[in-house]
Design a protein around this ligand. Structure first.
Ligand code: ACO
Length: 440
């Protein structure tokens, strides 16, 4: 990690003065390769006796990382230095997985070997079929994902020793490879169709579509345009720096928990409507608005402070500009609708009109609220035939590589220790216990 020093060669520092005591303490300023400088406050408590207070971690960097960089003001997203636009246009998901895990794009031989290895891990333990049967048929597929992925540690004991680099690697491959299989099983279970075994002759995204939409009693040809769109959706969701679910994975990982348990924790965190659950919420919102003529009244509710209604798919903790992934998805959305010969899709028309009105509205301009990746992903996934309950599941499938890469980075980082934030205590002070007989 590049760190700047002042022109004289001295380390840059920042000084904090405590007005109550007049004491000053210096803290080192760290500079990453890109992005703003960071105040290293690791010795803050030791030097001053104070903690920091930062709900939602809006000003807190929890780790060094060499995987993903975001410039939220400019709408830039880089994976290992490559822009998301270029990766989505010129690369494929397996390459992006390799890149996130290894730091470099693969050459031909490396790519072939990596794809082969992932393909060889796509089947799940046969006993897992019976595990599925314990769920209700109407269970939300994300509930099934949390349970089944957590249970992988009960099936793959030989890759839970986090101190062994080989086991860590096998666990990473297993998670990336098996996630589409488990996701498709969750869907098939919910509609009462037989599980489809993965096919080794198909590429990652193709295989997923086959397991989702194929049935054992007939041939299923995967539409190459849809497979390409699926692959692109996977690329766009592959990693996103220290977001809520990734931080959850890292926090769980910092305790030494096994990788399957950590990724299950990430899936649970992703489920929330403020995070990965937003794409499902976008479609519900579009359904509620119903028609372009209702946009104005809906936006009035969104802007009303006394009304909890949010414009789902808008706003982002980091992006204060267009989410670059939303732009790519908007294009992909048109390609899919064209391929499926869906002309004048009312949902897309409504979404585009809503976007147009919102981005020109002072409320959204002042707050720098732009469409995020979830705004268009729901529409494209719906057109491809996915039920809304599967949207966040697809996000989890794609994000698994990001979680795994970040988890591996954490385990290999000698600086990391168990994640343990402190608090600003506002409860009662110490008081005497009152026996039950004397309580009023
Ligand atoms: N609709 C209406 N107003 C909004 C929205 C929105 N979607 N998002 C933020 N605001 C408003 C807030 O009410 C606040 O207004 P105020 O200053 O008048 O109080 C202001 O914009 C700043 O918002 P914050 O809550 O401080 O923004 P924060 O960074 O905490 O939240 C978040 C980001 C959670 C993504 C939020 O924008 C949101 O809930 N959006 C809708 C859900 C969504 O699309 N989530 C997907 C995120 S991307 C992803 O996970 C892949």
């Amino acid at each position: 990690m590049a760190r700047t020093t002042s022109p004289g060669g001295r380390k840059q520092t920042i000084t904090l003065t405590d007005n109550s005591t007049g004491k000053t303490v210096e803290f080192p300023l760290l500079k990453g390769r890109l992005g703003p400088k960071v105040i290293d406050i690791r010795n803050l408590y030791g030097a001053t006796g104070y903690f920091t207070y930062d709900p939602g971690y809006t000003s807190t960097g929890s780790t060094e990382s060499a995987i993903t960089f975001i410039d939220g003001d400019k709408g830039v997203l880089l994976h290992r230095g490559y822009s998301i636009e270029e990766l989505a246009e010129k690369s494929d998901y397996m390459e992006v997985c390799y890149l996130l895990l290894n730091g470099e794009l693969p050459n031909r031989a490396q790519k072939r070997e990596f794809e082969h290895t992932i393909t060889m891990h796509t089947m799940v333990h046969e006993q897992l079929n019976y595990f599925f049967r314990g769920f209700r048929r109407d269970a939300h597929p994300m509930a099934i994902m949390c349970g089944v992925v957590g249970a992988l540690s009960a099936f793959y004991h030989d890759s839970t020793d986090i101190g062994d680099p080989h086991q860590r690697m096998i666990a990473s491959y297993r998670l990336i490879a098996k996630m589409p299989t488990i996701a498709a099983m969750a869907y098939k279970f919910s509609i009462g169709q037989p599980f489809m075994y993965p096919r080794n002759d198909l590429k990652y995204a193709e295989n997923f579509l086959y397991m989702m939409f194929g049935v054992p009693c007939e041939e299923f040809q995967v539409n190459p345009v849809l497979a390409k769109a699926m692959d692109r959706i996977f690329i766009l969701h592959a990693d996103h720096e220290q977001n809520a679910s990734t931080s959850t994975v890292r926090l769980a990982g910092s305790t030494g928990a096994n990788p399957f348990a950590c990724i299950a924790a990430g899936i649970a965190s992703l489920w929330g409507p403020a995070h990965g659950g937003a794409n499902e919420a976008v479609l519900q919102m579009l359904g509620e608005i119903g028609h372009t003529k209702n946009i104005k009244s809906y936006l009035a509710r969104v802007k009303d402070r006394n009304d909890p209604t949010m414009l789902m798919g808008f706003g982002h903790r980091v992006y204060k500009n267009y989410d670059p992934r939303a732009k790519v998805l908007q294009k992909a959305c048109h390609a899919v609708l064209k391929e499926l010969k869906i002309k004048n899709d009312p949902l897309l028309d409504l979404a585009m009109e809503l976007e147009h009105i919102a981005v020109n509205d002072d409320y959204f301009i002042e707050r720098k609220l732009y469409p995020n990746v979830d705004f268009y992903s729901g529409i494209i996934l719906k057109a491809m035939g996915f039920p809304t309950s599967m949207f966040t599941v697809l996000f989890a499938v794609a994000r698994t590589v990001g979680w795994v890469a970040q988890w591996s980075e954490l385990i290999e980082d000698p600086v990391q220790k168990i994640g343990r934030p402190r608090q600003l205590y506002i409860g009662k002070g110490r008081r005497k216990f009152v026996p039950l007989s004397k309580r009023k």
